[in-house]
Ligand binder design. Structure first.
Ligand SMILES: NC(=O)c1ccc[n+]([C@@H]2O[C@H](COP(=O)([O-])OP(=O)(O)OC[C@H]3O[C@@H](n4cnc5c(N)ncnc54)[C@H](O)[C@@H]3O)[C@@H](O)[C@H]2O)c1
Length: 439
């Protein structure tokens, strides 16, 4: 099959590279000239483990190429995927569909009869129908089918997620579109991945419902962590105690500074808007959004409290800036709320992130950027863990203690055991865990 992937960001690039690994011939399109030039020269625009190797081998095999020429790519394709961004619209939380509709128009102009246009971007219910209308208006009478194939990959393990997904969801209403999608995902049929064929609307809603459910789990355990802090219970044990119940499941029960990233915040806001517009508001999802926003704002207060009530003139070493480990993605990362709030309270910030510094430098001001963890904590008053990168789990704690001016650690990812940290002489503050005073 010949595939054109419109948009070569996280989703477009990973999906394109993985489809080419499945044996299809893929051309990834982007209107960002620098991104495409970089890709042609073998430079990845994002940090995603394993992506560079996969892209290089697919390009060498002649199954993956990059271009800014959308019509040229589309006119040769059997399937054209729309994988452009759908950010939150300012003000009302609706998904901004400008890029999707602009891409749909460009695709409609160039597509051959028989082409299937597939929306991979996360889009509100009804978007696929609108894409159908755009195509019908621009190419009346030409057989171009529209399908929906929402993507569930996670940044940081995106390639493995694409190769071995829990399920594939396909909203397609013609036999031709279903056959094309079945062909594209043939290697997954062979490993018995469940493939769910639905209507366009259902496929679109499944994606939002999945993200909102997971985000709700996160907000739920964060609220349980707050209750733990006030009652002396331990959220780690609570999460395990409920997560071992098969009906609940252990995943997404890790308390933290609030969810961020390119998907959960914008998708929960969009689902709130979708529900309201449909006359069926979701109070649960509204609460999830609100709990999360309040939480991010409150986290700076937690650091200030750990420092004895003020950070004025104090140095905070921030470790981890990205919204989660194994990515350089800073979109809606908790650090973007917490760092400015600490600065406003008078703190000086030194910071280190293994992969996110380039992005972070564009978004955070007046930060002393450091080359590694130990440089960041040298002489600082407090170390603040914001992202649970593996390298932060295996620090030389004796070195950490002697580098910090006062051995205060605020760990918003619960990477260490409070009793161990206390035994090592740290004033260690975690989320929702029983506090153990230093020896
Ligand atoms: N990032 C994730 O983990 C993830 C996971 C699942 C689903 N999604 C969804 O996938 C979609 C894309 O997300 P992303 O994170 O890959 O976005 P991104 O911002 O990283 O990439 C989007 C790319 O599309 C390009 N683009 C926009 N309009 C174009 C056009 N007309 N022609 C060619 N290129 C165009 C942009 O230049 C950009 O490079 C969003 O709807 C998102 O919600 C993202």
């Amino acid at each position: 099959m010949r595939v054109a992937m419109i948009g070569s960001g996280y989703v477009g690039l990973v999906s394109g590279a993985c489809f080419s690994e499945f044996g299809h011939t893929v051309i990834c399109v982007d209107k960002d000239v620098a991104k495409i030039e970089g890709l042609k020269a073998g430079r990845m625009p994002i940090y995603e483990p394993g992506l560079d190797v996969l892209v290089e081998s697919s390009v060498k095999a002649g199954r993956l190429a990059f271009t800014t020429d959308l019509p040229g790519a589309v006119e040769k394709a059997d399937a054209v995927f729309i994988a452009v961004g759908t950010p939150s619209r300012r003000g009302d939380g609706h998904a901004d569909l400008t890029y999707v509709y602009a891409a749909a128009e460009e695709i409609a102009r160039a597509a051959r009869p028989g082409t299937v246009v597939v929306t991979k971007s996360t889009v509100p219910v009804g978007t696929g129908r609108e894409v159908e209308r755009i195509v019908a208006r621009m190419r009346p009478g030409v057989a171009i089918d529209v399908a929906s194939n929402p993507e569930f990959l996670r940044e940081g393990s995106a390639i493995e997620d694409f190769r071995r997904p829990d399920r594939v969801v396909v909203g397609a209403e013609s036999e031709h579109a279903r056959a094309v999608l079945r062909d594209l995902y043939r290697p997954l049929f062979l490993i018995e991945t469940p493939v769910l064929f639905t209507s366009l609307e259902t496929a679109e809603l499944i994606k939002y419902a999945a993200n909102a459910f997971l985000a709700t789990k996160v907000s739920f355990i964060n609220e349980m962590a707050d209750i733990c802090e006030r009652t002396g219970a331990d959220v780690h044990d609570v999460a395990r105690g409920i997560g071992l119940d098969g009906r609940i499941g252990r995943k997404f029960l890790h308390p933290g500074p609030g969810f961020g990233g390119s998907c959960f915040p914008k998708d929960t806001r969009a689902l709130v808007a979708i529900g309201k517009a449909a006359g069926a508001p979701s109070r649960l999802v509204e609460a999830t959004v609100e709990v999360n926003e309040t939480r991010k704002r409150r986290m700076a207060a937690k650091v200030i409290e750990a420092c004895g009530g003020s950070v004025k003139g104090k140095t905070v070493a921030v470790l981890g800036l990205t919204f989660k480990p194994n990515t350089d993605d800073m979109r809606e990362a908790a650090s973007l709320d917490i760092v400015p709030a600490l600065q406003a309270a008078g703190a000086r910030i030194r910071a280190f992130d293994p992969e996110g510094m380039k992005e972070a430098k564009q978004l955070l001001k007046d930060v002393a950027w450091c080359d590694d963890t130990y440089q960041a904590i040298q002489g600082a008053d407090v170390a603040l863990f914001l992202t649970e990168w593996n390298q932060f789990r295996a620090l030389d704690l004796d070195r950490v203690r002697s580098a910090l001016r006062a051995p205060i650690i605020v760990d918003l990812r619960n990477m260490y055991a409070p009793a161990d940290m206390a035994a090592r002489g740290f004033d260690y503050h975690s989320i929702g865990r029983v506090r153990v005073r230093p020896k």
